[in-house]
Design a protein around this ligand. Structure first.
Ligand code: F3S
Length: 754
């Protein structure tokens, strides 16, 4: 049909393209001749080349055309700096940037926000001006957490989105395939390249029965995490099906999808239903709901679709769960939790309960929590533990301020934090316990690895529904079970909490609150991107040099790395993340965690010119500044871990030519190629042992660089002897052009000028 429905009210000219899904699926059905799962329909409906794409679940790599991109402020910095160097006028697909990660919780929402605006001024100014310049949507600090803003404004059934944050799958609650990716993937899609994804396997979770009592949507994912463990979803999309889906609110489904990141899943997804329609209408997107209805045959799984694994959960029998400590997959049903606390000697006193965050801050969550707080208040109680509330968005904050939930939560001692990640990402100036002191906290967040919330490795962090967290802060004790136990009211009489209750959606509609969105201006040409040349947090990128056409000879080995070398070893996190927008500064962490095979030490390598030992980054810079290219030799699965693009940018920035390993983690290998580095592997992995750290090497074969054609590495040992060994590579034609141009972005910039 000719209907044009915008993806978002904020982007009236970017339309939903359900017809493409329909057309693609005609081709795919003809080829595969089998029923399709929901995620297959949406993914294959976004294929770049449906007629020729290889489709084998768990094996082939799909080339996809996402509908949009979202970036949070920490990861956006380098992504946008890179995008800028592609020389394009605007992003190829609608893109938004969200300021949520850099706001530290200290004393409460408004003051914390003001402080963060000062501390991060240059980052916010950069993002505000760069998004304006390049036509991207900008959500200012205080607007809320990326995943909630996406759900409220941008997610739609059947869409495909990538986001530079692991909990991007939250949008699955609105039937969108939304995947967390690294900055490099975001840059590609913004620059108009297809996005590559290993064709996911599909895990079906069949829900029957009905949620009731103290059991909340969160308990579905807590249970699933217990079954599948933190690795069980790797390479798979988790698709929820069955009649039980109807008993979940849209925001509840989002909670389940959000925390699906904890089992390593590519994403999680629900079929389009009337609960989504209700949410779309409440957020003023009736037209999307109606349009989705017309295409709903593509927004649910086919009858008889085949799943790689099926899990059955009866919601009527599902108990509330508490997961943790230290890992999100240690799931204990509420009825067994007291026993578990005692058996494991977990600290029984509950120090802090934290509700909200991107995972659990919906109107429904806040209303149910408020119902518990009100009941406690009626019995004259205040919280025994500290209690914080993080609204997921300004819209939710304003609405629960208007409708009284905030008052109810504050009345019992709750502290409302800024609409931002805060303690969920460790932005928490926690003062009530000392570092190293063993203690317990419980959150309605998603992730609880050691030290995540407060950087204290002795903090036992548990994860539960906001209902349970709220009930527990009145007991101040982890062993409390609100389903069976009583508390003593101010009148000395025992009482038991009623089942929590609350509206799924605000009966009077949402209050948008303060306007925290900046749309791109009509005149973008006059916008100057704000980067202070003296900044130590931000630095514009200079294009890398193209290949000089010469055969590289007599290159020193910067380091022969031994054993595990993850992206954390190559580009450490922690305090270094402050410099993620400043390539020169963050390059001071390049390979400082890698173990030198020569001496078994980290960050101590011999400078082959001076003969002196020094740190890896300083040695690399020494070579670079004298025009000497260098290589790194690595072990198995080099670059495993995160998709952090800095791990590829840094060696390139410091003048590296090639990384030569026994094998690569695929994403890092691709990231290296994108930055114009040679990623090479020993044809015979044992040849790793032939390399001596003091060798000089020639890399032969660049003049006839072609897919499938090996290189030769000449090892010139310092005793004068030589050895030749074969190196393989996985570059395709297009990637070879990246190398020649100096980087993928250089090539794009060149093409953009044509
Ligand atoms: Fe991540 Fe922020 Fe949520 S840190 S888990 S997006 S609250």
């Amino acid at each position: 049909g000719a209907t044009k429905v915008p993806m978002s009210l904020l982007e009236p000219k970017a339309y939903i393209n359900y017809q493409r899904i329909e057309d693609n699926l005609v081709i795919i059905r003809d080829r595969l001749k089998r029923p399709l799962t929901l995620s297959e329909k949406i993914l294959y409906g976004h294929l770049d080349d449906p007629a020729n794409q290889d489709i084998v679940r768990g094996t082939s790599y799909l080339k996809l055309r996402p509908d949009r991109v979202a970036c949070q402020d920490a990861t956006a910095q380098m992504a946008i700096l890179q995008f800028m160097s592609a020389g394009m006028d605007t992003a190829a697909v609608p893109t938004t940037v969200h300021c949520d990660h850099l706001i530290e919780a200290q004393i409460g929402g408004a003051k914390d926000l003001e402080r963060a605006k000062n501390i991060n001024k240059e980052v916010y100014d950069f993002l505000a001006t760069a998004t304006a310049k390049y036509g991207l949507g900008f959500w200012k600090p205080g607007s809320g957490i990326i995943h909630q803003i996406i759900l409220e404004n941008y997610a739609f059934p059947g869409g495909l989105m990538i986001g530079t944050d692991s909990h991007t799958p939250n949008a699955g609650g609105l039937g969108m395939i939304a995947c967390g990716v690294g900055g490099a993937d975001a840059v590609d899609v913004m620059a108009g390249l297809p996005w590559e994804l290993k064709c996911p396997k599909v895990i079906g979770v069949n829900l029957t029965g009905k949620l009731n009592g103290w059991t909340a949507p969160k308990d579905v994912i807590l249970k699933v995490a217990g079954i599948l463990t933190v690795k069980g979803g790797t390479g798979a999309i988790v698709e929820y099906t069955g009649p039980g889906v109807e008993s979940l609110s849209c925001t509840g489904m989002a909670t389940i999808c959000n925390m699906g990141a904890e089992i390593g899943a590519t994403t999680s997804l629900f079929p389009f239903n009337h609960r989504m329609t209700d949410y779309l209408k409440a957020t003023k997107r009736d037209s999307i709901a109606e349009y989705a209805k017309r295409f709903q045959h593509n927004l649910k799984a086919d009858e008889g679709a085949d799943y790689d694994q099926v899990i059955d959960i009866n919601l009527s029998e599902l108990e509330p769960h508490i997961n943790g400590p230290f890992t999100p997959d240690l799931a204990t049903p509420l009825s067994k939790f007291k026993e578990a606390v005692e058996q494991n000697n977990w600290p029984t006193e509950l120090k802090v309960g934290l509700i909200g965050s991107c995972t659990n801050s919906s109107y429904e969550d806040m209303s149910r929590a408020a119902s518990i707080a009100r009941e406690a208040h009626e019995h004259g109680l205040s919280t025994k533990s500290k209690f914080t509330i993080t609204p997921g968005s300004e819209q939710v904050r304003a609405t629960i301020a208007r409708d009284g939930q905030i008052a109810a939560l504050e009345e019992v001692g709750g502290l409302v934090l800024a609409n931002a990640c805060g303690p969920c990402i460790g932005q928490w100036d926690r003062r009530d316990v000392k570092k190293g002191e063993s203690n317990s906290i419980i959150t309605s967040y998603n992730r609880n690895f050691t030290g995540r919330n407060d950087a204290n490795p002795a903090t036992h962090a548990f994860v539960a529904s906001p209902d349970l967290v709220t009930a527990m802060v009145f007991a101040g004790d982890l062993r409390f079970n609100p389903v069976t136990d009583t508390l003593i009211g101010a009148d000395g009489k025992p009482f038991k909490f009623s089942d929590p209750s609350g509206n799924e959606l605000p009966p009077r509609g949402y209050d948008p609150g303060e306007n925290t969105f900046q749309a791109p201006p009509a005149d973008r040409a006059s916008v100057q991107v704000a980067v202070d040349p003296k900044s130590d947090r931000l630095q514009l990128l200079k294009p890398f040099q193209p290949w000089d056409g010469k055969t590289p000879t007599d290159l020193p080995i910067l380091i022969k790395a031994q054993g595990k070398c993850t992206t954390d070893h190559i580009s450490a996190g922690g305090p270094w993340l402050k410099y993620r927008g400043h390539l020169e500064n963050i390059s001071q962490n390049c390979l400082i965690g890698a173990i030198n095979a020569e001496n078994g030490e980290a960050n101590k390598v011999k400078n082959q010119i001076t003969g002196e030992y020094a740190g890896v980054p300083a040695t690399a810079a020494y070579y670079r500044d004298r025009g000497i290219k260098w290589v790194v030799v690595g072990d198995h699965n080099y670059g495993e871990g995160s998709s952090r693009e800095h791990a590829a940018l840094e060696p390139r920035f410091l003048g590296g030519l090639a990384i030569i390993t026994r094998s690569f983690a695929r994403i890092h290998e691709t990231n290296l190629k994108k930055q114009g580095m040679l990623a090479l592997t020993f044809v015979n992995p044992d040849d790793y042992d032939k390399v001596r750290p003091t060798d000089k090497v020639d890399v032969l074969g660049l003049e006839s660089f072609a897919p499938g054609k090996n290189f030769t590495l000449v090892l010139k040992h310092d005793d004068g002897s030589k050895e030749e060994i074969a190196l393989a590579h996985s570059f395709n034609e297009g990637q070879i052009e990246w190398f020649k141009a100096g980087s993928a972005l250089n090539l794009m910039a060149k093409n953009a000028q044509k």
